[in-house]
Design a protein around this ligand. Structure first.
Ligand code: NCD
Ligand code: ZN
Length: 365
């Protein structure tokens, strides 16, 4: 046998299965009512806990509303699962200081969410001027309650692809200076500038990264025609930004963690004259992250990103139990029926490289 043919046989077998601590989703939209009932099982199948966004109609602005919403989620939770929703307070110009503190101390909510008014879906009640909520931010700083930001300016004169980087310079950096002790998460970061700002200001500043922003760039939105199901906010950016996100997510650095921003809308809201922003990625999130980490030759960093960095930032315990992913050619359904309509699944109908094989929960291991 020639040396060449021996070499030819020396192929390193690809990893076929991956077991890690159960992960959490640090940014998800679970909606309410029938929509919640239909989509919640996809999140509970993958994640042990999730930070639930408060942008319902009307938004969750009081502790009492958060408690009631949390209860509705627990009622809709598939039987036998231990999934824990972690609630957030939607900041408005009229947020009640003492209610924020009281809800945080009673562990009803874990953070406040800042939507600049009009920035995204159901953000009409968002904050119009940060000066108005300075006392709330001061209080949060004092009690160690994190601020989660939708990091985009809303000025119609600012190009939509620049709204995150302008937000960082004009809003986020000055905000961090005014509140030096405030812990902040730049949610669903989409730019190189965002990644750099997070690295410079860690550990008080962190960021979540979505599965879709790791796969899509702005050209994907126009591939063969306009793709409404790839439209979300912040909108996908140029390829160099996607590459920066992939490097950051797979770096293992503590300031980056998993947040799907799974945000379902009915098909008719997406395939419309004015398409709603949001991608339903809840059914294929972990499979997509695993694929990206493998492509970046960093499967060994997936556990840090998905299970360690988030709880560490929030000061919460790591999960018990494990999840096992296995190499597969699984195909997830294209859409989920809801009433007479449906929600299109991100990567539904595609052959996925990874599938979820098994979840070992503490009580059924
Ligand atoms: C989210 C939604 O639909 O609630 N949409 C989105 O595009 N991500 C809101 C948000 O997180 O911006
Ligand atoms: Zn979101």
């Amino acid at each position: 046998m020639s040396p060449e043919s021996i070499f030819g046989q020396l192929e390193i077998p690809a990893i076929r299965s991956l077991t890690m601590r159960r992960p959490d989703d640090w940014h998800v939209h679970l909606r309410d009512g029938d929509m919640m009932k239909a989509i919640l099982p996809f999140t509970t199948a993958q994640f042990a806990r999730a930070i639930v966004m408060p942008n319902l109609m009307p938004p969750i602005v009081t502790t009492a509303a958060a408690e009631a919403y949390r209860e509705r989620i627990l009622m809709a939770r598939p039987a036998g699962l231990d999934f824990q929703p972690l609630m957030t307070c939607y900041l408005t110009d009229a947020t009640l200081l003492d209610d924020v503190e009281d809800g945080f101390r009673r562990e009803i909510w874990v953070a406040c969410k800042l939507y600049p008014a009009g920035a995204t879906t159901n953000a009409a009640h968002g904050v119009t001027d940060l000066a108005r909520i300075a006392p709330v931010l001061e209080r949060m700083e004092r009690i160690g309650m994190p601020l989660l930001v939708h990091g985009e300016v809303t000025d119609p004169d600012i190009d939509i692809f620049d709204r995150e980087s302008v937000f960082i310079d004009k809003v986020l950096i000055p905000l961090m200076r005014r509140h030096p002790g405030l812990k902040i998460v730049l949610e669903h970061v989409t730019t190189e500038e965002g990644i750099a700002a997070v690295r410079e200001n860690a550990p008080r500043l962190a960021a979540t990264i979505t599965p879709h922003h790791l796969l899509l760039n702005r050209t994907s939105l126009f591939q063969g025609g306009l793709r409404p199901h790839y439209y979300c906010l912040p909108v996908a950016k140029r390829e160099r930004h996607r590459q920066a996100l992939r490097k950051a997510a797979t770096s293992g650095d503590a300031c980056f963690f998993l947040g799907t921003d799974s945000a379902p809308h009915l098909r008719e809201a997406k395939q419309a004259e004015c398409c709603s922003a949001g991608i339903f990625c809840g059914a294929t999130a972990l499979q997509t992250y695993a694929q990206v980490f493998e492509e970046e030759d960093a499967l060994d960093q997936l556990e840090a990103f998905a299970t360690v960095n988030g709880p560490q930032f929030y000061g919460l315990p790591l999960n018990a139990g494990t999840i096992t992913l296995e190499r597969s050619d699984d195909v997830v359904d294209c859409a989920i029926e809801i009433g007479g309509s449906d929600v299109v699944t991100f990567r539904g109908g595609e052959r996925l490289a990874w599938s979820i094989k098994e979840v070992a929960r503490p009580d059924n291991t």
